[in-house]
Write a protein that binds this ligand. Structure first.
Ligand code: RP5
Length: 181
């Protein structure tokens, strides 16, 4: 079912594994040109079976729509917002200024400044308006952080996170073993 946060701009919520169609994470971006950067994070959300909604909410091109999305997200059952933006990346901070939900910003490398502009635009928030910031183009960590937040009150997500961490550890040890052989 089409189950996005705000109707017509929304694509389907992804819920393959959990059988729940209410999105828990809103993944939004300033432009569809940011979508390739978000792919890795979306793959993580799918792997963990987290239902999410996708949207485009530009702080500069659709400011009124962006504020409506921020206003309504919590009431629609969203628990965490992931927001990607490049350049003058005001989207995560502006969403954060309007919603009580945790917002995770993904700085996108979109201009000649190699993503440093996006990173600094997102990370340097004023006191009182916290906005989590992951590395440039690192949507993987944004998704993992969102799942850790969900895992604080959904035990199944925390169990999957523990398994993910264990498998990561085993994979690195295995690589080391091969090098030492
Ligand atoms: C930002 O400007 C977007 O988040 C994107 O990273 C960047 C470029 O957008 P487009 O001109 O490609 O639409 O607002």
């Amino acid at each position: 079912p089409a189950n996005g946060v705000n109707g017509e701009n929304q694509v389907q919520a992804h819920d393959e594994q959990e059988g729940c169609s209410t999105p828990l994470v809103l993944v939004t971006m300033g432009s569809d040109s940011d979508l390739p950067v978000l792919k890795a994070g979306l793959d993580i959300l799918k792997e963990f079976g987290v239902p999410y909604a996708l949207d485009i909410t530009s702080a500069h091109r659709t400011p009124k729509y962006m504020m409506r999305v921020a206003d309504e997200a919590a009431g629609k059952g969203i628990k965490v917002i992931i927001a990607a933006a490049g350049g003058a990346a005001h989207l995560p901070g502006m969403l954060s200024s309007e919603t009580p939900l945790p917002v995770i910003g993904v700085p996108v490398k979109a201009t000649h400044l190699d993503g440093m502009d996006s990173l600094l635009s997102i990370v340097q928030m004023p006191r009182g308006v916290p906005t989590a910031t992951v590395g440039i183009n690192n949507s993987t960590n944004a998704a993992l952080l969102a799942i850790r937040i969900l895992g604080s009150f959904v035990p199944s997500y925390q169990d999957k996170m523990k398994k993910y961490q264990l498998e990561m550890e085993e994979a690195v040890i295995e690589k080391g073993n091969k090098l030492r052989m």
